[in-house]
Design a protein around this ligand. Structure first.
Ligand code: BES
Ligand code: MN
Ligand code: ZN
Length: 510
């Protein structure tokens, strides 16, 4: 049975942390170790010069370094966890969030019930207390996340997390209480969207089918009266002429779905922001079948779709005054007697014909029809898509930033700002006409693959052919949507980025 993650209570504290009862008190120190007020308080607590002791134990406050010390008997706290922050000038948002994350992971693993986190009191240049608080809330939920839905009786027994209370210290720059409470609510809402995205991504592909995604979207729609939902079946897509999307689904016994989940929180008549997600619930490659190694990870090929639902979940929890339409192109890509073949030509919803030279380049085929559909029917003012589109993007950028492609510099500026704020990195790639020639076909308007070169860019160029005048961003999340290896699992990206962009839009408007 699905098990909800534990609920944690967050509070902000202005008083001296020493007066708090907790398992652990987290103290951050910069490299160069200088005497601070907090350290002098600790001298009294431990009844010894803490700075000397830290140095004698080889603690230099290198970025991410941690050293724990049990508190003296009779204290209200059990231990103090010293955390290195590195050189003050080098403490970027990324680092800060990374340190918060590893601290919370360590404490959760240790079975902590309660924490006083003083990292949120640190004055970080240009970063308000509300930002620090929200990051702490998000990092805590990330650390608490477990995917246990599919555990039976025979698996490893690991203790569930015990964390109940997190007290977040405030510095002199904290600002009004109402803003801090909102920051906690924002963080909680973000965490729920991220969790939905991770859960959907992690579910096995025999469960998480296109129909399952449709059912999940229906559940979400039922949570807020601002939602309208429309789910197109195969028949409806046939009569509309969405033959590119349908071609991908032909080899599978699982029927495809086009899920349209509209959130109407904006002014009546306001043009929506469209969010389109690739929802390939399993990508075997089709007739152009993939090699066996790590093929299981192609269950994550619907993470773009999952991020659309996660984003809408957060949006709805925050009741943002925006008009957003989420569209999910959901299909399973399988080989079979009825499957689409290399050489097949299809007429897309846009009227453009496509020669399918490789059935493994299926993401762009389902996306192009979804993008045409949303432009025709909703006239969006902004078009965003997220897709685990190409292995080439992973070769180019690795697993840190998502690849960003756009036809509009102004939109990119807003997006890059949101990306930094959300600590959800992106890197812009060239989207130039020069690359379009790679898609030429002798038999149709164009082909669905280019050559070996610049695979992430030629994939974006393919999508570009289906974008009208609207400012558009395509995110290739192939390297960022999930982790491989021992930590295998969905990351929830790019939900933080999408949500931050939408928050900026909503809060700039009022
Ligand atoms: N879903 C894959 C992309 C992918 C592969 C993401 C590996 C993450 C890890 C996509 O559908 C695909 O198969 N793309 C092909 C395109 C090629 C046939 C032009 C690829 O990247 O190899
Ligand atoms: Mn593929
Ligand atoms: Zn794919």
């Amino acid at each position: 049975m699905p098990q909800r993650s534990t609920s944690v209570q967050f509070t902000t504290i202005r008083k001296n942390p020493e007066t708090m009862t907790a398992d652990t008190w987290v103290v951050g120190l910069h490299a160069g170790l200088r005497q601070t007020e907090a350290l002098r308080d600790l001298d009294r607590l431990f009844n010894r010069p803490v700075l000397e002791w830290l140095k004698s134990r080889g603690f230099e406050a290198r970025s991410g370094q941690m050293l724990s010390s049990p508190a003296p008997a009779g204290s209200r706290i059990q231990e103090v966890l010293f955390v290195g922050l590195g050189k003050p000038g080098k403490l970027t948002r990324n680092r800060f969030r990374g340190i918060l994350g590893s601290v919370m992971e360590r404490l959760v693993r240790a079975g902590n019930h309660s924490v006083v986190n003083t990292l949120t009191a640190l004055p970080l240049e240009g970063l308000p207390a509300t930002w620090r608080i929200r990051q702490a809330v998000e990092a805590t939920h990330d650390a608490l996340y477990r995917f246990t839905e599919c555990r039976g009786t025979g698996g490893p027994v690991s203790a569930p997390p015990h964390l109940e209370k997190v007290h977040l210290s405030l510095g002199p720059d904290a600002g009004p209480e109402s803003n801090l409470r909102q920051a906690i609510r924002d963080g909680e809402a973000m965490a729920q969207g991220v969790r939905l995205c991770r859960d959907l991504g992690n579910r096995p592909p025999n469960l998480a089918t296109p129909r399952h995604l449709a059912a999940e979207a229906r559940k979400l729609a039922a949570q807020n009266s601002r939602f309208r939902i429309r789910i197109l079946t195969e028949k409806e897509m046939e009569s509309l002429g969405m033959n590119a999307l349908l071609a991908v689904a032909k080899g599978s016994v699982e029927p495809p779905r086009l899920i349209v989940l509209e959130y109407r929180g904006g002014r009546p008549g306001q043009a929506p922001i469209a969010l389109v997600g690739k929802g390939i619930t399993f990508d075997s490659g089709g007739i152009s079948i993939k090699p066996a190694a790590a093929m299981d990870e192609m269950k994550f090929d619907m993470c773009g779709a999952a991020s659309v639902l996660g984003t809408l979940q957060t949006l709805s929890l925050l009741n943002l005054p925006l008009h957003v339409v989420g569209v999910i192109a959901a299909a399973e890509n399988m080989p079979g007697g009825r499957a689409v073949k290399p050489g097949d030509i299809v007429r897309s919803l846009s009227g453009q014909t496509i020669e399918i030279l490789n059935t493994d380049a299926e993401g762009r085929l389902v996306l192009c029809d979804a993008m045409t559909y949303v432009q025709k029917n909703y006239k969006p003012r902004i078009l965003l898509d997220a897709a685990t589109l190409t292995g080439a993007c992973v070769v180019a950028l690795g697993h840190h930033p998502s690849g960003l492609f756009s036809n509009h510099d102004g939109l990119v500026r807003d997006f890059e700002k949101a990306s930094q704020e959300a600590v959800d990195p992106v890197w812009r790639m060239p989207l130039w006409d020069d690359y379009q020639d790679a898609l030429s076909s002798n038999f149709a308007d164009f082909a669905n693959i280019g050559g070996r070169d610049a695979g992430a860019i030629t994939a974006a160029c393919f999508l570009w052919r289906f974008v009208g005048e609207v400012p558009w961003i395509h995110l290739d999340i192939a390297g960022t949507a999930w982790k491989t290896g021992a930590q295998k699992g969905a990351t929830g990206r790019p939900v933080p980025l999408f949500v931050q962009y939408l928050l900026d839009q909503a809060r700039a408007a009022d």
